[in-house]
Ligand binder design. Structure first.
Ligand SMILES: O=P(O)(O)OC[C@H]1O[C@H](O[C@H]2O[C@H](CO)[C@@H](O)[C@H](O)[C@H]2O)[C@H](O)[C@@H](O)[C@@H]1O
Length: 383
């Protein structure tokens, strides 16, 4: 970054500074579009030297930025859009996947559907204790049936073993740690699938372990904070932390992270996600899995990704860019998304998956009936 193009917000008491671009490895915002809008008249350029002198301010600003995002991700701070155009135009742009079900199946005609499912908030409801985010037996039975008809992968921010212990279906693909830990099914599909195993961040294991311990130590004075070791990444939950303590928690996390420039932080649903800065995410995992399934350059594949979180946006984006299949965002409120369709909650996800299974069963039945009929006609013809 040159001196010319470095634009930094002027420090004013109580104002949140957007210095995320200047704090390497810790930006919450990957693209300019994601950064908070500029406030006219509050910007000036500074040199690298001045920037270093302002390190203290930067760290403060970084914490402020985190706090803003923490607040905006909290339901108490989400302003319901006026019962009007806002909501309506969002729904028009991202219609319910249940309402446009026929449109979706028509688009997939003649193609192989491959299913990608996020776990928390998609297959299981969001609960306070991350260790108790169980999926219902009905949802498990639905996903089991789904996997009989379509190759199916679970793509989660959680540690792969942990998400497997919740889902307990050996016939699925699993991509844990935001896609950094991929394993093929141990039964079903083809035998080769068993050998699929990909861990692009394995060199970070000792560092993640170290950071996990440091975060456990530093956050133990903040009641309600939960640190979760997700093997190749770490989650720091603030769902049960009193909002008055959020700044304290953000500072604690910041104090650990500033020692690890090769780690980055993003936010999910009332959780800080800390992970290696490698170019790997749920979108890359989706592409890797399609390749493993033999669909890398196949125009006849139709991937469907269902997820509720910001980290799922990477996968939605990949589908949009490939122009193949589509993403479905699980959300009750309008959100900026690359998904094409929406579903409100896990119960709607289950309803959608059931319809998909029902539709596939019916089309297979129709197909076999037709084949039988053709055979009968052939047999009835004179030689
Ligand atoms: O990619 P996902 O499968 O959606 O995982 C993302 C994070 O999900 C979990 O946290 C979220 O769900 C918890 C249980 O409902 C909830 O308490 C928490 O507030 C949510 O953020 C999981 O615990 C994290 O490790 C995952 O990274």
């Amino acid at each position: 970054m040159t001196k010319q193009n470095m634009v930094v917000a002027e420090a004013k008491p109580g104002m949140t500074l957007d210095l995320s671009m200047a704090v390497s490895g810790s930006s919450l915002f990957n693209t300019a579009a994601q950064r908070p809008p500029a406030v006219p008249g509050t910007y000036f350029t500074i040199s690298q030297k001045q920037l270093l002198q302002n390190l203290e301010i930067n760290n403060g600003a970084r914490i402020n930025t985190w706090l803003d995002t923490m607040r905006s991700s909290s339901p108490t701070h989400i302003k319901a859009p006026p019962l009007s155009d806002g909501q309506n135009s969002w729904i028009l742009r991202h219609p319910s996947a249940l309402d446009v079900f026929d449109e979706i199946t028509t688009a997939s005609k003649g193609k192989q559907i491959v299913m990608f499912l996020d776990y928390d908030g998609t297959l299981s409801p969001i609960v306070e204790d991350p260790d108790r985010a169980f999926m219902s037996d009905a949802m498990r039975a639905t996903v089991r049936k789904l996997a009989r008809y379509f190759p199916t992968a679970i793509v989660s921010g959680r540690c792969r073993d942990k998400v497997y212990s919740f889902v307990r279906l050996a016939e699925l693909y699993y991509a844990g740690s935001h896609g950094m830990d991929i394993k093929g099914p141990s039964k079903g599909y083809n035998k080769d699938a068993e050998s699929v195993l990909f861990q692009p961040a394995s060199e970070f294991l000792p560092m993640i372990d170290e950071v996990y311990k440091a975060l456990m130590e530093v956050t133990k004075s903040t009641p309600g904070a939960i640190v979760e070791n997700n093997k190749f990444c770490v989650s720091v939950h603030f769902r049960c932390v009193d909002e008055k303590k959020w700044i304290e928690l953000a500072k604690q996390v910041g104090s650990v992270l500033e020692r690890y420039p090769s780690l980055r932080l993003s936010q999910g649903r009332k959780v800080f996600e800390i992970r290696p800065t490698i170019k790997w995410d749920k979108g890359k995992a989706l592409e890797f899995l399609l390749e493993s399934l033999g669909y890398a350059n196949n125009a006849d594949v139709f991937p469907v990704y269902i997820g509720d979180d910001r980290t799922d946006e990477d996968a939605f984006k990949v589908l949009r860019e490939r122009g193949q299949g589509f993403g479905i965002l699980v959300s009750k409120i309008p959100k900026d998304t690359n998904a094409s369709y929406s579903l409100q909650e896990p119960s709607e996800v289950m309803a959608f998956l059931r319809r998909l299974v029902g539709w596939k069963k019916m089309s297979l039945r129709r197909h076999f009936r037709m084949r039988r009929r053709v055979e009968e006609i052939k047999m009835s013809l004179p030689n």
